[in-house]
Design a binder for this molecule. Sequence first.
Ligand code: SF4
Ligand code: SF4
Length: 435
Amino acid sequence: MDNYSEIRVPISKKNPSIKRHNSKCVLCGKCKDVCQKKIGVAGYWKYDSEDIVCINCGQCAAVCPVDSITEQDDTNALMEAINSNKKIVFITSPAVRVALGETAGYPAGEFVQGKMVSALKKLGADYVFDVTFGADLTIMEEASELIDRIKNNKTLPQFTSCCPAWVKFVETFYPKYIPNLSSTKSPISMQASVIRNYFAPNNKINPNDLYIVAVTPCVAKKYEIKRPELSGPYGQDTDLVITTRELGKLLKRQKINLKKLNDEQFDLAFPAGTGAGMIFGASGGVMEAAVRTAYYLTTGNNPTDNLLNFTPVRGLKDVKTAKVKLLDTELNLCVIYGTANARKVLNKLKTKNYHFIEVMTCPNGCVGGGGQPKQKDNLLAVEARANGLYKQDESLGLKASFQNAAVQNVYKQFLDAPLSAKAKKYLHTTFTARK
Ligand code: SF4
Ligand code: SF4
């Protein structure tokens, strides 16, 4: 146990997401405060064999005023891979493109997708793919799972499972709710699985020659990719995670100036996804995206205008509720950020008072991830980044995941259909109760 655990969070040397540079610590207590009040972990500590329980969210690093806590820096590992014989595949999460600009002097929320792709190519990418494809795939599976649970009287409410810190929170503190977690993998894990098991053989590439790097706003993803449950036929599908902050730092080190770059496009094997995939990065985005597709899957019609601008689940409020009619049932929806808030909802949860619950650990969802650039006014920044994503959703012609032609194509050529045996094998996972 840390000598100062009355004041600050203890951090295991084996933590794959964060580390402490002890000499910098000024014992201000901000890390413990956020871990207790927003994340709901400090104060509920317990030892898991020799390790202190941590859900790897990185919010302690985000609030540490002197960078005594930081992400585990994987930029050297990335450069080693780039200088090896491997083919480097970057996959980039939606929330990165509205925050990376901040590391080069742009305001929060500036949409720098084209410059980000260009920077990754300059760094040494063989391919740069957009995780909005993985997000659309996640929605196809997750919306189908929700409909299956409702139609067949299976466990409800369904919980989203794309936030690895939230998943670990349930496994650690609320294992009785593991059956409620959607069995879908997260967007990065689905995309890595499809790249390794479908894209590689289709393009006559040995899947073992690929080195897949996810660029994410999230330090918990560094933990997620090592989960044994996510390993496929070739072992770990995603080789490395680097955060927006690390990418910004690395670009400076390599003297790549975002401001001087022209826009480049993602590689076309997985073209940019729909507006639904884009809004995944904001709190409420997964819920809105899932409802748009669930509406189509149950009615055969395109989502109505109110579902394309589903305001009750948008915005900075940390617990939001909404209703939507599907399958002749009025569904009660709940959207939460901050696992401390989830604790309050779970403690009062009654069977079927909600049908679907989205939980993201970080403020306003992934846009406020523990690996995003630090800003003096974090709430203003996370709001601006979310607005950047919603603006993109408005401008994109395709707004629902089922409309993504590349996703339809992958089902046709590889996965058969949502929830098929193949989809279950490559796109779904399992969870484990933790002591
Ligand atoms: S990473 Fe999250 S859970 Fe772990 S100590 Fe930091 S704030 Fe707490
Ligand atoms: S927030 Fe940083 S400086 Fe403050 S107690 Fe925690 S580690 Fe130390």
